[in-house]
Design a protein around this ligand. Structure first.
Ligand SMILES: NC(=O)c1ccc[n+]([C@@H]2O[C@H](COP(=O)([O-])OP(=O)(O)OC[C@H]3O[C@@H](n4cnc5c(N)ncnc54)[C@H](OP(=O)(O)O)[C@@H]3O)[C@@H](O)[C@H]2O)c1
Length: 257
């Protein structure tokens, strides 16, 4: 049985990956993972492939083990894995409780590693892995500091894994969009002294379409939008100190106004 496994499938880009991958008619089942079970089940009305909801909180220590045991029982071939769960929070580092950062690291870092690890034995030549990193992976980002650091981890992890898996014919791509119009901001934006200048958004459809296209072209990083690709290039050559200065100017704290 050929399947896709998609985390963060209950909304945003994860959900968009479900819809886009289904259009290829390449999957017997699409396994969808997130906490909101009803939303996962509701995906069935939008797709042709069978949806298998695997509701779980990926920050639970036993989550990866549970996924591993369902995979062992079913013995599918995983053609595509998409890690699209994750969240961030805009604030000054010291303002948020430490538990928030622990939870964010568990979801954005540990769960990506664990889900990838347990899925890999079921992948073959031609299988593909999409890891949702972020534009914030390219530089250190004050006021969404830990989130950006988790995404830098995902970028580094994905690119190195892509090299390691070359001999097995499995490709890995880090998807690094600038802001995308999703529920991400419902969780990221809270009452605090940091002003969030969200100047523009990409649509999730475009991010996913670009990622699929970049995967076909053999890229290991996908950035949607010509101007963002241009700026990403500059971030590689500019000293990060300078890039951070520009960002901080944009995202001025209320207290500094
Ligand atoms: N939106 C942006 O501007 C942007 C830009 C670059 C990168 N990204 C990254 O892209 C990925 C997708 O984000 P999005 O924008 O599509 O946001 P979103 O709509 O908020 O989706 C996040 C997904 O993660 C799932 N999730 C959250 N906590 C979870 C947990 N503890 N266990 C299991 N699943 C959990 C959510 O489902 P449940 O709540 O049902 O569990 C949801 O399906 C994230 O990694 C995000 O960091 C976002």
């Amino acid at each position: 049985m050929k399947i896709a496994v998609i985390t963060g499938a209950s909304s945003g880009m994860g959900k968009q990956f479900v819809l886009a991958l289904d259009k290829s008619f390449s999957y017997d089942e699409i396994w969808v993972i997130a906490r909101r079970e009803e939303r996962l089940k509701a995906l069935q009305s939008d797709v042709k492939a069978r949806i298998r909801a695997v509701p779980m909180d990926l920050t639970d220590e036993a989550a990866a083990e549970r996924l591993a045991s369902v995979l062992k029982e079913t013995q599918p071939e995983i053609k595509t894995l998409v890690n699209a769960s994750g969240y961030g929070k805009f604030d000054e580092f010291a303002n948020l409780p430490l538990e928030v950062y622990d939870d964010m690291i568990d979801l954005n870092v540990k769960a990506y590693v664990a889900v990838t690890y347990v899925c890999l034995p079921y992948m073959k030549k031609g299988s593909e892995i999409y890891q949702l990193a972020s534009y914030s992976a390219f530089i250190p980002v004050p006021y969404i500091n830990i989130y950006a650091a988790t995404k830098a981890f995902v970028l580094s992890f994905s690119r190195a894994l892509n090299v390691e898996l070359k001999d097995r014919g499995i490709k890995v791509i880090a998807v690094c969009p600038y802001w995308v119009k999703t529920e991400f901001f419902d969780r990221a934006v809270t009452e605090n002294k940091v002003v969030n200048r969200i100047d523009r958004y990409h649509e999730p459809e475009k991010v996913v379409a670009r990622a699929l296209r970049d995967m076909k072209r053999g890229k290991d990083v996908s950035v949607v939008g010509a101007s963002d690709r241009f700026r990403a290039f500059f971030m590689k050559v500019l000293p990060h100190r300078f890039a951070m200065k520009i960002w901080v100017k944009q995202q001025k704290k209320n207290t500094d106004k």
